[in-house]
Design a protein around this ligand. Structure first.
Ligand code: NAG
Length: 330
């Protein structure tokens, strides 16, 4: 009996597909498919035909430019690749390299790098990019935020020597920074947590949250300076106004200059930083973040800086900037 009913259903089920309602659904599905294919074709054609770029007039690019500041340490092969990459990007006014090694950069390295910048100057229509080293006697992580002489832009794109941000994404994030020039705007968000509910009179303890925490909770309160736009005025504050004990801590711990900068900007603005969506590429793989115990050190930095400031200045945010041209649906 059961077998007979199964056989009956077996015959009827496929037939259902071809009744009137089924046909309608197939038609709607095919229409939707066509619609999406058309969308893809149109969006590809838009970039192919160059329609997207008509809005950027050359004038607006020359008025709004930025300086790429590369922090390097004994990795000349990476530095060469990184400099050659950023020399191709629109809107770059200058490329400067923070050099803190005991020996100054060799003449051959200098000429190789400035030639790779000069050769991209020849091909592009945009204004010339200048190149220079900023050499420092001492190996000190605070060098990264020493005020720069002879600068032509307020905007600094601070980057590690092993991080490559595609030019289109860099230009997009620069436009995000222009809407919020007092904020740090970048690609690597980090979080702080309150460790436990404190009892009356006890100091609050904080924990540093890495990539996983941000991914899990969708909130962040810091943007790391390994890939971020920062206003140059904060370099002045970092070096001359920020409590010297923080610079001392960074020098001794050889870590956390980026957290110190996040605290400084948050204290000055009472606002969160801005996270820009986009994929960047790390071309070297031996950064300090891969060392063990990294997260505990960062937690210690956060708590030390809170004790210096007397409060927690970092502000959490859930905002993520996306490129509207890449969003299909409103
Ligand atoms: C925080 O900002 C205030 C107001 O701008 C400033 O007076 C103070 O010195 C800053 N705190 C630290 C520790 O830099």
């Amino acid at each position: 009996m059961k077998g007979a009913r199964d056989r009956l259903w077996g015959r009827w089920r496929p037939a259902l597909l071809f009744n009137h309602a089924g046909l309608c659904r197939i038609k709607i599905m095919s229409l939707l498919c066509l619609f999406f294919v058309a969308l893809v074709v149109i969006s590809r054609a838009a970039s192919f035909m160059g329609w997207r770029h008509r809005l950027d007039s050359p004038q607006s690019l020359s008025r709004h430019r930025y300086t790429v500041l590369i922090n390097t340490w004994k990795r000349n092969d990476l530095l060469k690749k990184t400099v050659a990459h950023y020399a191709q990007c629109n809107g770059v006014d200058a490329i400067r390299v923070v050099w803190s090694e005991p020996d100054p950069p060799s003449d051959s390295l200098y000429s190789e790098l400035s030639q790779s910048v000069a050769s991209s100057n020849v091909h592009e229509k945009h204004q010339k990019i200048s190149f220079q080293f900023d050499t420092h006697d001492k190996d000190d992580l605070n060098n990264r935020f020493k005020p720069l002489k002879g600068l032509h832009t307020d905007a600094i794109f601070s980057i590690d020597d092993d991080v490559v941000v595609p030019c289109a994404l860099l230009e997009f994030s620069f436009s995000a920074w222009l809407t919020a020039p007092d904020s740090m705007v970048g690609f690597v968000p980090r979080m702080h947590w309150i460790e436990s509910m404190n009892h009356a009179g006890e100091e609050e303890k904080y924990t540093y949250g890495g990539w996983w925490s941000v991914w899990w909770m969708g909130s962040y309160s810091m943007i790391l300076s390994k890939a971020a736009f920062v206003h140059h005025k904060y370099f002045e504050l970092y070096t001359h106004q920020m409590p010297a004990s923080i610079r001392h801590y960074v020098r001794e711990a050889r870590n956390c200059e980026d957290i110190a900068m996040s605290f400084l900007v948050a204290n000055a603005t009472s606002a969160p930083p801005l996270w820009v969506k986009g994929r960047l590429f790390e071309i070297g793989s031996t950064g300090i973040s891969s060392l063990q115990g990294h997260s505990e050190h960062r937690t210690q930095c956060v708590n030390h800086f809170v004790s210096v400031y007397g409060y927690m200045p970092l502000v959490a945010s859930h905002v993520k900037v996306v490129d509207a041209r890449n969003q299909w649906l409103w």
